[in-house]
Design a protein around this ligand. Sequence first.
Ligand SMILES: [Zn+2]
Length: 93
Amino acid sequence: MERCPVCQARLKQDPACPRCRTDLSKLLAIEEQADAWLHQAFTELAAGREAQAKHAVEASLRLKRGPLASRLRAFLAQGLRLSSSPPFPKKAQ
Ligand SMILES: [Zn+2]
């Protein structure tokens, strides 16, 4: 989280907003949990455990919508066919 969701002030290390003093510690904890789930999803994917990876990325997205988690979910939804074709087709030149 870069900006306060209440007043849009740029945030620093402090869990309270420097402008409106909103306590953001719970939100920051949720964001941290979402990142931990996303990390778990990549760990599961690396180990070839697709179902667990899907579960972890869904758990991450329930807490926070991010572009990386969204794309990982889309990637997993295609189904992994690691042995046959590459997951991303080459663009036409
Ligand atoms: Zn604020």
